[in-house]
Design a protein around this ligand. Structure first.
Ligand SMILES: Cc1cc2nc3c(=O)[nH]c(=O)nc-3n(C[C@H](O)[C@H](O)[C@H](O)COP(=O)(O)OP(=O)(O)OC[C@H]3O[C@@H](n4cnc5c(N)ncnc54)[C@H](O)[C@@H]3O)c2cc1C
Length: 403
């Protein structure tokens, strides 16, 4: 039986462990904290919806990921208090967003995926006064990460090692030796780096193009009026229906400030989002809020310049740079780090992109048909930025997802 070590116990690592284990691979999952899903993947509830902009690769990927996550989570038979397809409204709250939702509505004809709704219908669907026409995703919803991780990692082929930080990866005679901070070593034929912004800590992946983006959500206590909210509603952020007595409202974006402390300014940014979602709810929830301390949660997203995640086998960048390939080289001749993969940089949509990426990675490793087109899969190639930097733009564009 093949062995794999997956580094990082967020949604990317847990879903990778799940996808590999169900194919008979023996997985050891390393997580440095005491529990899974402690960092970006640790919000009280995660929204599941795609942000589409028309017919382009990013939208195709977002939609494929969304549909895959929905089908995976449905197959796990959660209670509706853990995973809920409450639907989602994306509001045309300004001229640009109105143009976008109209364009998207015209591009997709399957009303099980999305449809345009008038302001009047949006009010009925939301159970609340909404000021704008909207794009309605009837199957969108939210999931509680604390319910998800035990479900997807409970498998006879998965051994979860919490409080275990992977410090070093060495390859000796085709076998990886993964050392933790206590210098204990685990051997495996496959390693998947899934530790988001810390993927750069390894010598083998130090070159990847990622950027930490701070985000904060505000958690607002429900009121009798806000209990009526039936759907997720989005303006430039999202508001969830009541989950365990609270609404999740978010999230902010900051590159400059990456401090992991909650700040009042970000709550104000979130309240502005709420104001655009529903003036009625804004007044109602904030009236209650003034009597309480506003609580929230802050974490760092891991992003790339082109918004696609990093998924696939890594190249040996030193070897690549010392002997640059011809622009039309056969990708099989490139210096691949055989068996070393990455599943990271899921930006602000990890719950709809990481499970599909995990499935794609497992299909690649096991030589199965890919769950998305090869062209789309190649967009995720983790080596694309270094190839572009070396002036190998054509190779970066056409490179197969792995050797
Ligand atoms: C405020 C906020 C709100 C968001 N809301 C949503 C939402 O509603 N819906 C949605 O889809 N997405 C949302 N996102 C984005 C989503 O949370 C991320 O895309 C996703 O969590 C990324 O998952 P990950 O597993 O790649 O990274 P992480 O969750 O950061 O996981 C990486 C893990 O690796 C571990 N680790 C690091 N180094 C090591 C090491 N050396 N050894 C062992 N373990 C290590 C870390 O402890 C961590 O647990 C939000 C993000 C933020 C910040």
């Amino acid at each position: 039986m093949k062995r794999a070590v997956v580094i990082g116990g967020g949604i990317a690592g847990c879903s990778t462990a799940h996808a590999l284990a169900k194919r008979g691979i023996q997985v050891t999952l390393f997580e440095r904290h005491a529990t899974l899903g402690n960092e970006a993947s640790g919000n009280p509830c995660a929204m599941l919806y795609p942000r589409l902009s028309g017919n382009n690769d990013l939208s195709e990927f977002a939609l494929a990921g969304y549909l895959y996550s929905l089908s995976l989570f449905k197959s796990l038979h959660f209670e509706t208090t853990e995973f809920n397809n409450c639907g989602m409204l994306q509001l045309g709250f300004n001229a640009r967003e109105m143009a976008r939702i109209q364009k998207v509505a015209a591009s997709y004809t399957d009303t099980n995926i999305l449809r345009y709704t008038s302001q009047q219908e949006a009010c009925q669907l939301a159970g609340m006064k909404i000021q704008y026409d909207a794009l309605y995703f009837p199957n969108a919803g939210w999931i509680k990460p604390t319910s998800l991780y035990p479900q997807i990692t409970q498998h006879k082929n998965i051994s979860v090692k919490t409080l275990t930080s992977a410090n070093k990866i060495l390859k000796i005679n085709d076998i990886f030796h993964i050392y933790d901070s206590e210098n204990r070593c685990i051997e495996a034929e496959i390693v998947v780096i899934a530790n988001a912004n810390h993927a750069k800590d390894f010598q083998q992946s130090v070159h990847i193009a990622t950027q930490a983006v701070r985000g904060q959500i505000s958690l607002l206590d429900a009121t009798p009026l806000s209990q009526n909210l039936n759907t997720i509603v989005c303006s430039d952020g999202y508001l969830s229906p009541v989950v365990d007595g609270q609404h999740s409202l978010g999230a902010t974006y900051s590159i400059e400030n990456t401090a992991l402390t909650i700040n009042a300014e970000d709550h104000l940014t979130n309240f502005h989002t709420l104001h655009l979602i529903s003036e009625q709810l804004h007044q109602d929830l904030l009236q209650k809020e003034s009597e309480h301390t506003t609580v929230g949660r802050v974490a760092l997203r891991c992003t790339t310049p082109d918004y696609f995640p990093l998924l696939g086998q890594l190249l040996d960048v030193e070897a690549l740079q010392s002997t640059p390939p011809r622009p039309n080289a056969d990708t099989g001749t490139l210096p691949w780090q055989a068996g070393l993969y990455i599943n990271a940089a899921h930006g602000s949509k990890g719950f709809t992109s990481a499970p599909l990426c995990a499935e794609l990675l497992a299909a690649l490793i096991c030589n199965e048909p890919l769950p998305i087109s090869e062209t789309l899969a190649a967009q995720l190639n983790p080596n694309r930025f270094i190839l572009r930097e070396m002036g190998l733009k054509r190779l970066a564009k056409t490179i197969a997802i792995s050797s």
